[in-house]
Ligand binder design. Structure first.
Ligand code: ADP
Ligand code: TRP
Length: 319
């Protein structure tokens, strides 16, 4: 299957991103033809300045490569390095009724949250449709908030195909159904907007400090602890198999250890899980030429597919 994922680069990644988005993506490349890009044209809609957008783009590239995006398996590039997508975006605009965009949840939410409306924000789903359709994408893995964008893509493609022939593949969205929401240190959904995240790549001491801030109940040492709705347990269990989870439950119930012990244990789990990624990241950060080569190679591969598609599209519509 040809699978396309777009990464919105917006700063430091956290444990929620790791389990909710990055790990599942890395898994996809084993059995699919994975295309992954950093959506910097999309990020422009909310970008504050040039330096930050550039930095976020490169940080996302390094972090995803470190976590395991394998450039020998996956085509990995930066969206703006394949500008054909902007031509398709214009062409698809002609097949996008105003009403379709006016119904966009994401646009309406952003405006309701005080982001000032502009055309890029409004037509964001058309650019996303161009990303998807340009590469004959079959599957688009998304979070729930992005399902509507894939549905809009199908509507736009259908309208085009009805008028000009079967040019575009109709994509399907895929949502990881059983994916739990990962809690932050205060128990709410971990999010960089709530200041409750545990960042992925922290040094060991600040990581322990962050884990120490996790809110848990105030059961005194010596009493059995309830693991069921404990945040430390919820986070630790992400790293454990069934047997290990049961062992941890027994430790909670024994009354021999307090939350401090489990915070140390959680830090160890995080530190260990990311050991290999940390090494890779240090390597890439001191070999940025290699990162740039990987992205350039990815852009060349994506460009080839895009150019072939665009020739067909231009011919079909008479450009
Ligand atoms: P944030 O809420 O920190 O801004 P993003 O919205 O940038 O995170 O999320 C990027 C990706 O990470 C999305 O695919 C989202 O589903 C996933 N993700 C983010 N936070 C969590 C979480 N707490 N639990 C599970 N998945 C998450
Ligand atoms: N809009 C997506 C998000 O916010 C990012 C994205 C842009 C994307 N283009 C895409 C995702 C194409 C999948 C396919 O997460």
């Amino acid at each position: 299957m040809r699978v396309l994922t777009g990464i919105q680069a917006s700063g430091k990644l956290h444990i929620g991103n790791y389990f909710g988005a990055m790990k599942p993506m890395v898994k996809l490349q084993e059995e699919n033809e994975l295309f992954t890009f950093i959506a910097n044209y999309h990020s422009l809609t909310t970008s504050k300045d040039a330096k930050t957008l550039k930095q976020y783009t490169i940080d996302a590239a390094v972090d995803y490569l470190s976590i395991g995006i394998d450039p020998t398996k996956t085509t990995f590039w930066v969206q703006s390095h394949v500008p054909e997508v902007l031509e398709l975006y214009w062409i698809l605009s002609k097949f996008t009724p105003m009403g379709l965009l006016e119904r966009g949840h994401s646009y309406k939410d952003k405006v309701a949250n005080g982001i000032s409306a502009n055309h890029a924000l409004f037509s964001y789903p058309v650019l996303m449709a161009a990303d998807i359709l340009m590469l004959d994408t079959q599957i688009v893995p998304v979070g729930k908030d992005q399902i509507q964008h894939v549905e809009m893509t199908r509507d736009i493609a259908t309208k085009f195909n009805n008028e000009y022939g079967d040019i575009f593949v109709l994509p399907e969205h895929r949502v990881e159904a059983d994916l739990a929401t990962i809690p932050g240190i205060d128990g709410r959904k971990m999010s960089k907007s709530y200041d409750n995240a545990i960042d992925l790549f922290m040094d060991e001491k600040p990581l322990q400090k962050r884990c120490n801030k996790i809110i848990s109940s105030s059961t005194p040492l010596g009493e059995a602890l309830a693991w069921e709705d404990d945040n430390i347990y919820a986070l630790a269990s992400l790293f454990l198999d069934e047997t290990q989870k049961q062992e941890l439950q027994v430790r909670y119930q024994s009354g021999l250890e307090g939350y401090g012990h489990f915070k140390k244990y959680l830090k160890e789990l995080i530190w260990e899980e990311l050991g290999e990624a940390r090494e890779k990241r240090a390597y890439y950060l001191s070999h940025m030429d290699e990162v740039n080569d990987i992205l350039a190679h990815g852009a060349t591969k994506a460009s080839k597919v895009a150019q072939a598609k665009m020739s067909k599209v231009r011919e079909a519509i008479g450009l």
